[in-house]
Design a protein around this ligand. Sequence first.
Ligand code: PLP
Length: 377
Amino acid sequence: MKFETLCVHPTLDIADEYGSITTPIYQAATFAHKGLDNDSLYSYSRLSNPTRSHLEDLVKKLENGASCTAFSTGMAAITCTFKMFKSNDHFICSSDLYGGALRLFRTLKDENYEFDFIDTSDLKLVESKIKSNTKAIYIETPSNPLMNVTDIEEVAKICKKHNLLLIVDNTFLTPYFQKPLDLGADIVIHSGTKYLGGHNDTLAGFVVTNSTELGEKVLYYAKTIGACLSSFDSFLIERGIKTLALRMRQINDSAIKIANYLRSLPCIKKVNYVGLEDNPGYLVNKKQSMGFGGMISITLESEELARKILKNVKIFKYAESLGGVDSLITYPMYQTHADLPIEERLEKGIDERFLRISVGIEDSEDLINDLKEAIYG
Ligand SMILES: *Cc1c(COP(=O)(O)O)cnc(C)c1O
């Protein structure tokens, strides 16, 4: 079955006797067993729930995985994944990552987890950082917010050689554009809050694994920690996924136009978008994915201009988050990356002049005009 069809017709059958076209919401904490020694398929919703299972099966198939667990947020998914490891284990991570992941890793350092944050597009550097206690490599590609690209297939080869797990946060491109497990990754993480849900109305997270053994470990910690996705939110994310392919195509088309427009303006000093041919990650991204997504970050000529844009935009909203139907602009230094130590933040160029744009599904000319009027109006 093709991706678009699968998005609308997940195949795990829990249809009710009434022939409901949509997945029923099983709003039940517990499930009665048929009798002693005759258990029902479900027992308690922290462990599993039919509505959630239906969604998990769908996301597993979209990512070509062996198993999938849904969480209440993307951060719960990442936290649970790291529960599989223990103190004195070492991890190699992309230095540019979602701010919440960086904050989690800082708290794990206090529990003696060891981290090296490096430029994971540099494969020699990646291999040189491997130690006897290294357990996994954790990447985002493109990364948040600088849009750095890492070669998933090449890093996966290094992982196989040294018996490490490769964990990829695939939130930005989604399985519509990029399937890390097919490229050799072991674990894919999603903030389902973003493109999968797609409507800025529901929080969710996913961990998809390439083996059922790994999947069982994740499920063990998921039920132990209890950060599971509710049945109603499972329904909303599943409904969002029905239009994932359409949204991603529209967003990708608009983002290319917007990135090219922004690049033509002298007041914009730098445009980070993996769909621009002169972007350092362009070729690797093109090789490993079917599209560029809708995330753009820019460095403006002045802080004043950044403030002016955020004050004047009408269609774009000044808000945290990304990946929804509505176009958003984020001020990373005050929002997503506010908890980063200041030297680290400035070294990356996440300063007063730096904004991150999430392109939505509105008409691209309207979006470009909105930016034009905000800048020059
Ligand atoms: C938002 C985000 C997360 C965290 O997800 P939540 O659902 O907000 O907890 C993780 N990774 C990336 C790349 C994100 O954009």
